[in-house]
Structures are given as C-alpha cells and as structure tokens.
Design a binder for this molecule. Structure first.
Ligand SMILES: [Zn+2]
Length: 81
C-alpha cells in the first residue's frame, strides 16, 4: 500500500485548478486553505461494522482556514494515493 503524502495531494489538487488558484470558499469567501496529514475514508456501505477498504473512498481533505468548511477530493482521481 502506498503511503499517503498530504503535500502530493495538495500539489496534485492545485495543478488542476484554473490558474492554479483556489476559488473562494463558498461559505465565507476566504481563499486560504489547509489540509490534514491524513486522509478520510468516505464509507460507501451502510453497515458500518462491515465497511472495509473495498467499500470506502479514500479522500484528501481541504479545509477553509477561516470558517472550517471541508471539501473532500477522491485521491484516486488525483493520482495521490
Ligand atoms: Zn470558509
């Protein structure tokens, strides 16, 4: 299993943005974001006890530094895991 690299996630995400800039946060208008050192698994199984790696979507987390709103981006699409 590849190790998650939050810097790679951030760089891959920025490279896909128009003019390599983040749009303003849709809730507060701030354009400063941070990420976490680990990623989130978005579970796709409603039976939490049975949810495993094959029933989750590894996602990088982008957090607005002003209001704390979080967006999740699928790491597989970003080629970041
Ligand atoms: Zn915000």
């Amino acid at each position: 299993m590849k190790k998650y690299d939050s810097d790679l996630f951030y760089d891959q995400l920025v490279s896909r943005l128009q003019d390599n800039k983040f749009p303003p946060c849709r809730f507060c208008g701030c354009d400063k974001y941070a990420t976490e050192v680990s990623y989130a698994n978005i579970l796709t199984d409603d039976r939490l006890g049975r949810a495993g790696l094959d029933s989750s979507i590894p996602s990088g987390i982008l957090i607005c530094q002003n209001c704390g709103h979080m967006d999740f981006f699928v790491l597989g699409i970003l080629d970041a895991l």
